[in-house]
Design a protein around this ligand. Structure first.
Ligand SMILES: Nc1nc2c(ncn2[C@@H]2O[C@H](COP(=O)(O)OP(=O)(O)OP(=O)(O)O)[C@@H](O)[C@H]2O)c(=O)[nH]1
Ligand SMILES: [Mg+2]
Length: 340
């Protein structure tokens, strides 16, 4: 199961109390104060790791607490710091404070860490409070309580290619044909309710990741259908593939469909329209007289858009499309690596 959101509570450890202690030595009747400071409470932090790929763990355990710092000791000895809690998260997770909505961290690279609840500082021991008029202070400080808060974790899929299309366009069928992902497929709209990722091996040791997301309809940006919130999953993809049904069963004009899809993407994030893309005409095994296919093909030729007629049912056109996507993603990644 792919979990893309989680809510959890974190509490850092409290600081340990400072110590109230006096030096006791034989023949020294009034030994000075020697109470050490309390230890710091443990922090709660996250680390981005490519060994985890979902937020599933946070469905089962929602409370994470770090240990408190130890109290200080006599002879100026510092109490031990509380042990930190370090939780691994998939790369691509955004951490938000639930109450304020503030983004605390955006984990984008392996090993990146973020402290989300700071351990409380330890209190000072009585040795700090000696003055010329008070050589035997009884005063010491308690530790500061550790921070605590509710967090929202959001995993933005780090897919290379995002599939965009009307409901029923054949997005889930395509991803299940080209990868090991098995999202539900059905002839009714909005079968897919949450994003799915599939890894496509297009050549030996060469792969890219595709995201299948719920279908878009006209007015999605006003909340129609499933809305457009899930488009955040394709915000970071290098490439978009528009899937447009050209079977004889569809009532929609393919060019209008393309424009509607672009309008909805733009309403969510205009940058999505600048993204490299190609258009696939789907279900060509059921093209009938082929009117929709011809219309779309001519439109793409005129606009100089990359166009691929495909059928997931017969796999016609799919190997060519996969090679094209694989190569394009690879080039995009190489130029990205060279620029950074
Ligand atoms: N003949 C034919 N039917 C197809 C092809 N691809 C998909 N279909 C059918 O089209 C219908 C919709 O397919 P899905 O893959 O569920 O469509 P989707 O785009 O994921 O739809 P939503 O999840 O609702 O957005 C199903 O009945 C599929 O069997 C194809 O290449 N040829
Ligand atoms: Mg689907």
């Amino acid at each position: 199961m792919f979990i893309d959101q989680a809510r959890l509570f974190v509490k850092a450890g409290n600081g340990g109390a400072g110590s109230r202690s006096f030096r006791r030595e034989k023949f020294v009747p009034e030994g000075g104060p020697d109470g050490g400071d309390g230890g710091r409470g443990g922090h709660v932090s996250f680390v981005a790791s490519n060994r985890v790929s979902t937020l599933l763990d946070f469905r089962y355990q929602r409370h994470y607490e770090a240990k408190s710092g130890e109290s200080g000791h006599g002879s100026h000895r510092h109490g031990a710091n509380g042990t930190d809690v370090m939780l691994p998260l998939p790369i691509g997770t955004i951490i938000k404070d639930e109450q304020t909505g503030e983004i605390l961290a955006d984990l984008i690279s392996e090993g990146q860490t973020a402290i989300v609840a700071h351990g409380g500082k330890g209190g000072r021991g009585n040795s700090h409070f000696a003055t010329s008029t008070n050589r035997a202070p009884r005063k010491y400080e308690e530790g500061i309580p550790g921070e605590e808060r509710w967090l929202i974790l959001e995993l933005k899929l780090l897919a290379d290619v995002g599939l965009v299309g009307f409901p029923n366009a054949g997005k889930s069928t395509l991803i299940s044909t080209i990868s090991a992902a098995h999202p539900e497929i059905a002839s009714y709209p909005f079968t897919t309710l949450r994003p799915h990722l599939g890894v496509v091996e297009w050549a030996e040791h060469e792969s890219f990741v595709v995201a299948d997301i719920p279908g878009l309809i006209e007015g999605a940006h006003d909340g129609k259908g499933l809305g457009i919130q899930f488009l955040r999953h394709i915000q970071r993809t290098a490439f978009l593939l528009y899937l447009i049904d050209v079977s004889e069963w569809t009532q929609d004009d393919p060019i209008e469909t393309f424009h509607t899809l672009q309008t909805e993407l733009q309403a969510f994030d205009p940058a999505l329209l600048e993204r490299q893309f190609a258009i696939a005409g789907t279900k060509i095994d059921a093209q009938g007289e082929g009117q929709h296919l011809t219309t779309l093909q001519e439109f793409c030729a005129k606009q100089a858009y990359q166009f691929f007629p495909i059928s997931s049912a017969t796999t016609q056109g799919i190997p060519e499309l996969m090679r094209f996507l694989g190569q394009t993603v690879k080039e995009a990644k190489t130029s990205c690596a060279n620029n950074s």
